[in-house]
Design a protein around this ligand. Structure first.
Ligand SMILES: C[S@@+](CC[C@H](N)C(=O)[O-])C[C@H]1O[C@@H](n2cnc3c(N)ncnc32)[C@H](O)[C@@H]1O
Length: 159
């Protein structure tokens, strides 16, 4: 299975780069992972609501242009659907069985994802009702993907 993660914004903290690198490495046993980091749109200090919205839309344009053709898209957003790890694994399996072996997960930048990106996605996935920084959301997603593939492969990681 091909898994693309489109993530807006850089990882700055060492503990997060280390964590993400570890799960990227582990995921290599289960899928072909392609992690694409997209630049955050630069905003002035104290941006207006219109400037923020414009930034979100510009980031949205970049995201939409990078979604691999034919992939099933999942937008990470706070207000989305909450799944257990087992349910996420089942969703991934269902997509694989349905013959669509290309999945694309999308993480927004500091200000979130544009409505156009969310509407384009087959699933809006929430990891909690709490707001996480995009860097931490990336680590959480990679860990949950690794957990989901571990469940599907009956490995001992998931307890
Ligand atoms: C700092 S958050 C953006 C906050 C913004 N106010 C919003 O409502 O989207 C940055 C990104 O991390 C991801 N994220 C943060 N918390 C999340 C959560 N609880 N569930 C799913 N994704 C989350 C989303 O992709 C979000 O666009």
């Amino acid at each position: 299975m091909n898994v693309t993660v489109l993530a807006v914004g850089k990882l700055k903290e060492r503990y997060l780069t280390d964590g993400c690198r570890e799960y990227e490495k582990r995921l290599g046993a289960f899928c072909k992972l392609n992690l694409v980091e997209l630049p955050e749109h630069r905003l002035p200090d104290n941006p207006s609501a219109a400037e923020i919205q414009n930034g979100i839309e510009r980031e949205g344009d970049m995201i939409l242009a990078k979604i691999p053709a034919g992939s099933t898209t999942v937008a990470l957003c706070i207000e989305g659907r909450q799944l257990s790890s087992e349910e996420l694994a089942a969703q991934i399996e269902k997509l694989g069985i349905a013959g669509n072996s290309s999945l694309c997960f999308i993480i927004g930048g500091s200000w979130g994802l544009s409505g156009r990106v969310k509407e384009r996605c087959a699933l809006r996935l929430s990891m909690s009702r709490m707001t996480f920084p995009h860097q931490l959301a990336r680590l959480l997603l990679l860990e949950q993907l690794y957990r989901a593939f571990s469940i599907l492969n009956h490995s001992k990681y998931h307890k």
